[in-house]
Ligand binder design. Structure first.
Ligand code: FAD
Length: 465
């Protein structure tokens, strides 16, 4: 029919940003509708964070079993069954996405499947096959996310894989070229390498994992090389051709033209915001030159009753940032004075070793005008790390010498992804090195390294000089 349905808050997209915003708005008493054209959970649950971590965990287990003789674990002929892993991946995703569905239902958020497009500043249309319905809303939250960027003139398909394609291969490739040494390319490339794929990474910049401390990125390159994965930095891809079921990548490196042949090339050169199909003009919402929607500190677009969150707005493309902004936008709609604060968004790479960073590095602290203090601790001096056979790794804690306040941290090593949470909380609460040093940490745990790094910074290190 042509009837227009009235709704208070409409959310476009049910990724980590959109579903979080919807639940929070419902908790605050709003009548909420979420529109999703794909699957609940968005990129993160279906083709991002979760499936990539499933692959990475399998690769890690496979490698551990093949290298644990010193612990007396003599596993012979460890083999890897890719189709079993795919089944498990399917089940985990199913569990998580249906969990999101139950939560939305439990909070009485209405879910509509279809593609949303604005037809006015307070009206949108949702198309699902031949059906379409119009909705009139008071508030809207755009959480339509992003998609993998293609190389110019080189569309995804056949032998040219996006991260989504690489995560849905049904057979382990023998040879894989990864174009792009950002965190997605490195995570996937290193996992495939551990499972036996011959991986070559081509990165245009001077180092892989730009944005991370160089020492940390180097630890990852070293481990990749140990797994016989090649890395070319300063590599400029010139041409990619496919023939006879193979793909050939030509690139410039150190003034020479080189060429590599593989079964597939994974292009992970960044992501693009999904702004192009939303009919933003009809709503009067502006996007910047790169397609991102600029927002204020409450995630409001230039149209005051329309908000935008997550990968479609500028900033790091991370699930926890999307969810955080979702809560801010929902609370802003409810009239609360909640504003984003980007001082401490943890960034994690699930590489080997894991890398995690939050807040400021020492250099950044100096640049921001702080008299910086630093505390260091190495995994090699931590008992639990040695029992885990994980002696390679380090913790660096950065603070303000004047007040002792924690400003940031960088961690490389097993469980860095979990360890960073304590420091994120410390920064959020304005805690000092002394607060962390005075806190009793259970022994033997990796968490003791955080306490030890704080003690080290205060000149009171017990297990460090
Ligand atoms: P998305 O998750 O992109 O969700 C947007 C949703 O909107 C989609 O479901 C889409 O179908 C829907 N949609 C779009 N347009 C419309 C429309 N017109 N109508 C209706 N629905 C629409 N982040 C981390 O924090 N940690 C990680 O470890 C991590 N690993 C990753 C690994 C990979 C391989 C990839 C690709 C990404 C990874 N990310 C990770 C990034 C993370 O997935 C994204 O930052 C996050 O999903 C963004 O959330 P979002 O809600 O903004 O958008």
């Amino acid at each position: 029919g042509n009837a227009v349905v009235e709704i208070d808050v409409v959310v476009i997209g049910a990724g980590p940003g959109g579903y979080t915003a919807a639940i929070r708005a419902a908790q605050l008493g709003r009548k909420v509708l979420v529109i999703e054209k794909g699957s609940l959970g968005g990129v993160c649950l279906n083709v991002g964070c979760i499936p990539s971590k499933i692959l990475i965990t399998a690769a890690e287990r496979f490698e551990l079993l093949s290298h644990s003789d010193e612990m007396g674990v003599e596993a012979e002929q460890v083999s890897f069954n890719f189709s079993k892993l795919l089944k498990r991946k399917h089940n985990v995703i199913q569990t998580l996405t249906s969990g999101v569905g139950s939560l939305l239902k439990g909070y009485q958020v209405q879910v509509v499947h279809g593609e949303a497009r604005f037809i006015g500043s307070k009206e949108l249309i949702v198309c699902n096959g031949e059906y379409s319905t119009s909705y009139r809303f008071n508030h809207c939250i755009i959480a339509a996310g992003s998609r993998p960027a293609e190389l110019p003139g080189l569309p995804f398909g056949d032998k040219v894989l996006s991260s989504t394609d690489a995560l849905s291969l049904d057979k382990l490739p023998e040879r894989l070229i990864v174009v792009g040494g950002g965190y997605i390319g490195i995570e996937l490339g290193q996992a495939f390498a551990k499972l036996g794929t011959k991986v070559t990474t081509l990165e245009a910049g001077a180092t892989i994992l730009p944005g991370f401390d160089k020492r940390m990125a180097n630890m990852v390159s070293r481990n990749m090389k140990k797994a016989h994965a090649d890395i070319y930095t300063g590599a400029n891809v010139k041409r990619i051709t496919t023939a006879d079921g193979e793909v050939i990548v030509m690139f410039d490196h150190s003034g020479e033209e080189k060429q590599i042949t593989a079964d597939y090339v994974l292009v992970s050169v960044g992501r693009m915001p999904n702004t192009d199909q939303l009919g933003l003009e009809a709503a009067g919402v502006e996007a910047n030159g790169k397609g991102y929607i600029e927002v204020d500190r409450q995630c409001r677009t230039n149209v005051s009753h329309i908000y935008a969150i997550g990968d479609i707005v500028p900033g790091p493309a991370l699930a926890h940032k999307a969810a955080y902004e979702g809560k801010v936008a929902a609370e802003a709609i409810a009239g609360e004075r909640r504003y984003v604060d980007y001082r401490c968004i943890p960034a994690v790479v699930f590489s080997d070793p894991e890398l995690a960073a939050v807040g400021l590095t020492e250099q950044a602290a100096h640049k921001s005008g702080y008299d910086a203090m630093v505390g260091n601790f190495s995994y090699g001096a931590n008992g639990r790390a040695l029992t885990l056979n994980a002696a390679a790794g380090m913790v660096t804690l950065v603070g303000d010498k004047k007040t002792g306040a924690v400003l940031g941290a960088q961690i490389a090593g097993p469980e860095a992804s979990n360890l960073i949470a304590e420091i994120t909380l410390a920064i959020e609460m304005g805690a000092s090195f002394e607060d962390i040093a005075l806190t009793i940490h259970a022994h033997p745990t990796l968490g003791e390294m955080i306490m030890e790094a704080a003690e080290n910074g205060l000149g009171q290190g017990i297990h460090s000089l």
